[in-house]
Design a protein around this ligand. Structure first.
Ligand code: 13P
Length: 250
């Protein structure tokens, strides 16, 4: 059975007081068997959220990481620093970072750094609206997937993928379950063909305008192993509903 996940990407939201309240509510509910739950606060709150999560079983994730190991890179966080702060999971290649200029070459290095530090990585892929309308979805996501070419089977259990169509992020326009399944299945077979069988077990999450009222059918798709959630992860009741749905799906 592939691992199922719900990951909350808080993006640039939260203050100490709100973070404490949100985490308090999330961890007040026992974890669901077979479900991994993670939250990715802004980097400046990693320490605070790490302390709040101790003993809860909820995974601390980071939203981004530098491609450099250390040095004169003002404002950046190295993978070694994230690991040092208790981070276990790091997002790489989020479309909002790609939009700000991040390239596939940088994403490839970020993935490498995260894995070198013993953490897991969520590689985010997804096409823009224009690419979607031109019918280029699979070409785009397969190209973005090339950054993991050459990874050894020993790290296969520390990779997650997230399919996040850019046109669905923060727009309220969620991908249809059929579309998500089609892309997830293509990603899974590309992974298995190019890297080998162990990679067929890679959890593939969907992200983009996921809410409790549209997640059930997405989560019932054969190759949708969970959700990466932005806006709806900022409200505990909504986030917990998504966790319940993910744990019960299939
Ligand atoms: P929304 O759920 O707000 O659309 O954001 C999705 C996302 O980008 C998660 O990484």
């Amino acid at each position: 059975m592939r691992q199922r996940w719900v990951i909350g990407n808080w993006k640039m939201h939260g203050r100490r007081q709100q973070n404490a309240q949100l985490i308090h509510e999330i961890i007040s509910v026992p974890l669901w068997p077979g479900l991994c739950v993670a939250v990715a606060p802004p980097a400046i709150y990693l320490q605070q959220v790490h302390e709040l999560l101790i003993g809860s079983g909820v995974v601390l994730a980071a939203q981004m990481v530098s491609e450099y190991e250390q040095g004169a890179h003002t404002g950046q966080c190295a993978a070694g620093m994230l690991a040092d702060m208790g981070v276990q999971l790091v997002l790489a290649g989020h479309s909002e970072c790609r939009h700000a200029g991040q390239t596939d070459a940088q994403v490839a290095l970020q993935v490498k750094r995260v894995l070198e530090q013993g953490m897991s990585v969520v590689l985010c892929v997804g096409e823009t609206l224009e690419q979607h309308e031109r019918g280029e979805t699979l070409d785009v996501v397969r190209k973005q997937l090339e950054v993991i070419a050459g990874l050894g089977a020993e790290v296969a259990n520390r990779l997650l993928l997230a399919y996040e169509p850019v046109w669905a992020i923060g727009t309220g326009r969620v991908a249809s379950p059929g579309h998500a399944q089609w892309v997830h299945q293509a990603l899974r077979s590309t992974l298995a063909k190019s890297l080998g069988e162990p990679w067929a077990m890679t959890p593939i999450l969907y992200g983009g305008s996921v809410k409790a009222d549209n997640a059930a059918e997405l989560l019932s798709q054969l190759d949708v192993d969970g959700v990466l959630v932005g806006g709806a992860s900022l409200k505990a009741s909504e986030f917990l509903s998504l966790c319940r749905l993910a744990a019960q799906a299939r």
